[in-house]
Design a protein around this ligand. Sequence first.
Ligand SMILES: [Zn+2]
Length: 150
Amino acid sequence: MNSILTAAHRIFINTFIEEFSRGPIVLIIDNVPGWCRRHNIEEYNPSRTARAFRVQQNGKGVILLASLITPPMRRSVEVFIERSGYPEEVKALREDRNFLQHLVLHEIAHLNYDWGEEEETLCDKWAFEMMGIPRRSSVACIVPIEERSG
Ligand SMILES: [Zn+2]
């Protein structure tokens, strides 16, 4: 599993931002939880890789992306997706660009549908669907999901 330098994929990211979203601001930053703390946004996951929110004053969508996504960060995201009920589909995300695409689509889903942090499974499902990755894991696979912020 590689580290991903997010900015190196900016043009790729922009293609599906344009296709699937309603024009959020995308910020590539050093440290997502640190940025959130500095801007009074609650964030408890120290390995947080991406996050979406709306600016209170104008409702504008913002997507934060970590500038360097390390293997432990990738693994952390994968574990959450596995627990969401997608242990088979997640294997496609070992490819760097697939990982990035799912990560960003997940955050776009939060903004497009106003799905909150309790709707992680829906966001993962939508992201896989938009990528054309077919459902393969057993639908009956229900694992209790602990507090997740991803
Ligand atoms: Zn999420």
